[in-house]
Design a binder for this molecule. Structure first.
Ligand code: PEP
Ligand code: MG
Length: 439
């Protein structure tokens, strides 16, 4: 791409590769991944990344086998080397033997496990009757077909920046956005859709093709901050959202909020759009809580918004100072760190005191081992990748809310992530024995 500066996008360049092939890269940004021809490129592996790396999240949406966080695969594997990539086990085998190829072909031919075509839908509750709401995180409108399969009660997070597919912001008109949001809202209605305004960083906006987009550098000008620094783009998006809200229940959520002033400014822009379009005040407005300052000051933010959504993917990385794209520190990325759990409790309490709903939409919610703890911390609304919903549903139905609260109360007194993990594991094993006692 650098050599052919400006001439072509990645889709066109990679179209000259003989397929089928596997892409191995030091880093693959979500905007490039969104443009690839996935019938030709059948999987990818990257040196960078972790489970919450945006490209990994996108791979799950696209159903493309992928492995991220391999540290040095792109240096160790020369172009043209035959490889076997198994996204389920996270194994990449370079120059496999004939026996390994036979085995991989046999495994690939087996039918894939997918959620039952008509997974149970509608409200779900714990054994003792506490209602838990499960919504879906969506990156691509095509994912909506998985919504009914998964039994989600709406879209809790639409990552709107994925609609740009690497295009500069000013290439996407208000009308194009309106048509997209309207179609999303109409397809999901009567269930609600929560649309997050563009969560981009400065490189994704300036699109300097001579520099790879690396979120790991200069992460500060991003999300709502970047939107407020370039208000023209945010205004256009807000106008499109206000227009789309006439067609079904739509909520707006601002990403990367770090202070009350930002929310006030953003709501000011929304009010202008609403006044201009003569559609005053029908949209609920939320703040994503994903920067530690927003979590610590959640009691001050709560009166300014209609709802909170905790974005643990970012909250964990900024709380623990661990860049989620940096494979070198990914072992320090720990959802069970006591500081992370305390922040979540702080946000839930602030929301409760101000009587606003709070949901959690990071990858943490989709981990069946963790969702019980989150419920014990008082959370009752989650949004996650649609494929994870059927299993989380089962976990919720098996769970006793009163016990989950006691468990969370104990966990919050433990000092290390390892102790917390062991305690959760023991509790899970004990409750499994209780549910199916030995004869
Ligand atoms: C998060 O930070 O938890 C989140 C859901 O947003 P994203 O992963 O898109 O940054
Ligand atoms: Mg985030």
């Amino acid at each position: 791409m650098n050599l052919r500066h400006g001439a072509r996008g990645p889709r066109e360049l990679l179209s000259q590769i003989d397929g089928p092939s596997i892409l191995i890269a030091d880093e693959l940004t979500a905007s490039v991944a969104a443009q690839l021809d996935w019938s030709r490129v059948q999987g990818f592996a990257t040196d960078a990344g972790s489970r919450t790396y945006h490209t990994a999240i996108l791979a799950r949406s696209l159903k493309v086998p992928a492995i991220v966080g391999l540290h040095d695969a792109s240096l160790r594997i020369a172009a043209g080397t035959p490889v076997i990539l198994d996204g389920a086990t996270g194994e990449l085998v370079a120059s496999p033997s004939p026996a390994q190829i036979d085995d991989a072909q046999r495994r690939a031919a087996r039918p894939r496990r997918r959620p039952a075509p008509h997974a149970e839908a509608g409200p779900v509750a714990t054994r003792d009757g506490v209602r838990i709401r499960l919504e879906a995180n969506i990156e691509l409108v095509e994912d909506l077909k998985f919504l009914s399969e998964s039994g989600a009660e709406g879209v809790g997070l639409y990552r709107s920046e994925f609609m740009l597919s690497g295009r500069p912001l000013d290439n996407v008109s208000e009308d194009e956005q309106y048509a997209m949001y309207r179609s999303l809202v109409e397809q999901v209605a009567p269930q609600p859709v929560t649309i997050r305004t563009f969560d981009l960083d400065e490189r994704q906006v300036t699109r300097d093709p001579s520099r790879p987009e690396r979120r790991r550098t200069r992460p500060g000008l991003r999300g709502l901050r970047l939107g407020l620094a370039n208000p023209a783009g945010l205004r256009t998006q807000l106008r499109a959202l206000v227009r789309a809200s006439a067609h079904g229940p739509l909520r707006i959520m601002f990403p990367f909020v770090s202070a009350v002033e930002e929310v006030r400014q953003a709501r000011g822009l929304l009010r202008e759009a609403e006044a201009d379009l003569q559609a005053p005040g029908r949209i609920a407005v939320g703040a994503m809580i994903e920067v530690p300052s927003a979590a610590v000051a959640a009691d001050l933010l709560a009166p300014e918004v209609d709802f909170f959504t905790i974005g643990t993917n970012d909250l964990i990385q900024y709380c623990l100072a661990v860049d989620r794209t940096d494979d070198r520190v990914s072992d320090l990325y720990e959802p069970l760190h006591p500081a992370v759990l305390r922040l979540i409790r702080l946000v839930r309490r602030a929301a409760g005191r101000h009587r606003i709903p709070v949901s959690l939409c990071g990858e943490m919610a989709s981990d069946p081992a963790l969702v019980g703890l989150l419920i014990g911390l008082g959370l009752t609304e989650f949004s996650m990748t649609p494929g994870a919903i059927p299993l989380v549903r089962q976990v919720v139905q098996d769970l006793d809310f009163a016990q989950a609260r006691m468990l969370a109360g104990h966990v919050l007194r433990l000092a290390t992530a390892a102790e917390i993990e062991q305690y959760l594991f023991d509790a899970l094993a004990a409750s499994a024995i209780q549910r199916s006692p030995l004869p």
